[in-house]
Design a protein around this ligand. Structure first.
Ligand code: CTP
Length: 214
């Protein structure tokens, strides 16, 4: 099958030398891409900047901003059967990019930000994607309720949720524990390395894909 995975953080430029980004390492997404490839699938990994090596056997499309990730997904999602959105996409981007490096002057500086396109949230409506759609939810409170709201709002078949306020899991860690939020049930996958967890997640996503297509 053809599988799309988005991963890593986006970078939203402020001026030629500065950007707004977030703490995503991209590890979970890269492990998921590697696990799908290991299972014999054709994987396109659309990724923001990370310090990671591209997994063996995975097609790689590097992107920078939320807008460029949106464009890459729009271009490729049509031929995918499964799309897994692990990327930590910036929700807002500077309204204007300063053409020259901003100079220090006043004591305070206000940046005006505008919403970025919700790539996952428009996958069904804008791109007409009718395959298996999997989103991620990084939450600091009300994990299940927030993830379930995202599942409905973004038209997903599954949302994989993790609590990023818990020390030792998520973001820069090599470990994670996640909640699998399906329309009619919730499952919990206990603490494991992102490598092992990725194999469990890929298994769950493939089973979900097959069950919704029978
Ligand atoms: N996502 C996306 N494009 C965006 C923002 C998010 O594709 N512009 C995807 C992420 O890859 C992830 C999911 O949406 O799979 C959850 O993102 P999140 O930022 O938690 O969702 P929001 O709708 O922005 O909700 P919140 O109010 O919690 O920020």
């Amino acid at each position: 099958m053809n599988i799309l995975v988005t991963a890593g953080p986006t970078r939203e430029p402020i001026d030629p030398v500065r950007f707004i980004s977030n703490r995503s390492s991209g590890k979970m997404g890269y492990e998921i891409a590697a696990a799908f490839a290991h299972a014999g699938h054709a994987v396109l990994l659309v990724s923001g900047h990370t310090a990671l090596d591209v997994p063996d056997g995975v097609d790689f499309l590097p992107v920078d901003t939320a807008a460029s990730m949106h464009e890459a997904v729009a271009h490729h999602i049509g031929r995918m059967q499964i799309a897994v959105f692990t990327a930590a996409v910036a929700d807002y981007t500077p309204l204007a990019v300063a053409p020259e490096k901003l100079k220090k002057s006043a004591d305070t500086l206000t940046l005006e930000l505008v919403k970025t396109p919700d790539i996952l949230g428009t996958a069904r409506s804008s791109f007409g994607f009718d395959g298996t759609l999997v989103g991620f939810a990084a939450e600091t409170e009300n994990l299940e309720a927030n993830a379930r709201a995202k599942l409905t709002r973004k038209g997903c078949d599954l949302v994989i949720a993790n609590d990023v306020s818990k020390p030792g899991i998520g973001f820069d860690s090599n470990h994670n524990e996640v909640m699998l939020v399906y329309p009619e049930r919730t499952e919990f996958l206990p603490l494991a390395s992102k490598h092992d967890l990725a194999h469990q997640l890929v298994q769950a996503i493939l089973e979900l894909h097959l069950s919704t297509r029978m």
